[in-house]
Ligand binder design. Sequence first.
Ligand SMILES: C[S@@+](CC[C@H](N)C(=O)[O-])C[C@H]1O[C@@H](n2cnc3c(N)ncnc32)[C@H](O)[C@@H]1O
Length: 695
Amino acid sequence: MTRPEQPTLTSSGHSHVSAAALHSLSGHRRPSTLKSQDAADDLDRELFAFAFAFGGSRSWDPTDTDDPRSPPAHLGAIHRRRPRSLAALSTSSMDSDPKAMDQTDQPSAIAAAATSKAAPKVPNSLEEYLAPYAHLVALQTHPNPSRSDRVLVAAKDFAPGEVLFSEPALLDSAHGIAQEFQPVPMDECFIAHDYQRMLFEFIANQVYSPDSPNTTLLHLATRSLSTDGMTSDLAAKINADRLADYAAGIKVFREKVKKRLSRRAVKMVGPFPTQDSLLQLLYMIETNVHAEELPEAHPLAASSRRQSDDADDEQEEDHCALGLVASMPDHSCVPNAQVCFFPRLTGPKRYTPPASDDEDADIPEHTHLLFTALRPIQAGEPIAIAYQENSCLPTHSRRMQLVRRGFACNCPMCAGQVPDFARAVACVHCGGVGVPSSVPVSPQDVEVVDDGLEDEYGDPIVDIQFPPVSASSASDIHCASCSTLLATPAQLDLAQDRLLTDPEIRMQALTRVLDVFSHHIPSPTASEGLCARSLAHVITSDCAKDPELAALLTVDGVTPLSAAHWLVYDAVRRVLYFDSDALDRDMHLPAVMYLVASNYATIALATGGAPGGVGGDEEEDRKWTRTIAWNGDVLHNLKWLMKTARARGHVALAQWAADRGVEASEVMGVAGKTSGVEDEFKGVFSRPRESIVFT
Ligand SMILES: C[S@@+](CC[C@H](N)C(=O)[O-])C[C@H]1O[C@@H](n2cnc3c(N)ncnc32)[C@H](O)[C@@H]1O
């Protein structure tokens, strides 16, 4: 769950979280309606049947396939919290060994069954846990001397689309036991429901199954994982109110859970976690968890929708999962990897307790966190994903979002090692661009100002400030093609600031953007001819053709591409999101295509891709499509578009989105296939097109 500031379209109105995003902000959600949930005090009978069957004093060897409590054979290696490293230690089966990952067809390798009966050795240290992954990835101290934390690097070369590694989740809000937990209402305990489920899963393991491999691994995770997204000096300053809410919330949560559990006649054989250890666990979850939106058909989505009727959407849940290796990649604004959940969470799968000890339990499938390469990665290179899809945001906004996660980003783009395309400026003379480097910001440069203002809940509103880039040694920006001086750093700061913050410009842009998309962009019938790279022209050419919009996007002769794009993107999003009838108007197709593609096309434009005309050069098109496809939000927007267009009877538009979806997920390689996204697009329309029937 991240609640990204960069909005993407969803049918639910809920900010989308790509699977690649971390969950760090989701805990801070206030219900607007307070409600009592006495009924929630009772845990389902099934939960206890489950906890008893898989924990307590009864020994259970998860690899013993004769044990009725073991996972059904078809789930194979994907079973409850037994990491792949264990499978590798206990069996020579290639299918269950991460070493086999780069030699086999990934999906089948992941899904294949492990049948070894050898007793697993439970890793007791991070080194032991990482050993089976050693030929793929390695954990090192950070090469940047200003950082005291660790970084995950590639142990070999990887090609785009190749699986880097796959790890079964240690904690998963969709595990049976977590799903069955009835969260404490947020007005009593201010901790997001999905986080509460994970905390509960940890507690259930500890108290019912203290000696199990799962519990050992969970303790290893709590010893090994960082909490600094919440506890670093910077995070503590910025998240002061959330830290206070969490401290109070964890106390209530612990008391409630303890009371609920002790009311039952099931013996707790392990110690109940202390308040401090649960608080640390919550910080650890928030710093490291991965999340995706729950599929609509999933029971948790349905229950959170029901709750959100009264609570103004504040309690919507995500599917959250936590791994150990999966917690190690850095964030980068120019990521070289992405993560997805595998297998895809489909609803409505729910744990059904076995009627007797002789029957197999129906255990929900085990989520793996599957990492794939987006670009060629060389051995020794740090593996970095985008904690949030922010690459297209102007430098200042991008940094601000990451500071809210507790760190000042020093990825290659933020540290000035590669050009910062978010500071690109359009050249009015030759149509080219100028792209400067960015200037690094250290945590000490970040000022947190408390003006005494409070939000509607009485929480302080803190203002985060960086020194402007122009105050540093940033150099002037020249056009890469004709060398014209385009802007000084101070002029660029000013222009970006105006475009991003002036409400009047926003309002004017909304009207003009509608006009531009209705008149200047090729009509829907020309959709076949539109390709990703043609959309890069939107700002530098199409928007510029409208004198009023061009004037709006230019401040004192400077057109900052990223901020201009953001203004247009935001206007389009508002029109489509709040006025779905816009889909019925002429502007719909180009506008949506712009929405889907433009930010990524802008990236490519600024990083060296030279957009040609419309279509024509297949090689060039592929390159651009690839650039665009390497982003989870694109798939998300396409899915939204496909469904909405289909519901409204726009066959061609829905088909366009479905085709782009298949294309994009193919480009994303294994991740697209294993996450099921590709099937989702393919499954909606059966070819040939003429036979499409809308229901
Ligand atoms: C999910 S953890 C990553 C693993 C962490 N490096 C460790 O040693 O456990 C997230 C933390 O790593 C650090 N981090 C990740 N990406 C970073 C970046 N681009 N710049 C600075 N710090 C980063 C921050 O401290 C952040 O809170």
